[in-house]
Write a protein that binds this ligand. Structure first.
Ligand SMILES: [Zn+2]
Length: 59
């Protein structure tokens, strides 16, 4: 029972997700961004890339 609860907690906490930008399965920090009206799940690596892109574009 305790084990099952821990599993559920870890899944809710930092489970794996598929990044919408690089299409890779990632674990760790997950960013949810709305890009052009579409909700996207973005991994930390791509998120950093997006921030750099936004910086260079002057947003
Ligand atoms: Zn990614």
């Amino acid at each position: 029972m305790v084990l099952a609860m821990l599993t559920v907690l870890s899944l809710a906490g930092c489970g794996k997700f598929t990044c919408d930008l690089c299409s890779q399965e990632k674990s760790g920090k997950k960013h949810t961004e709305t890009v052009m009206g579409q909700k996207m799940t973005i991994c930390n690596d791509c998120y950093k890339g997006l921030e750099d892109l936004a910086d260079s574009l002057g947003f």
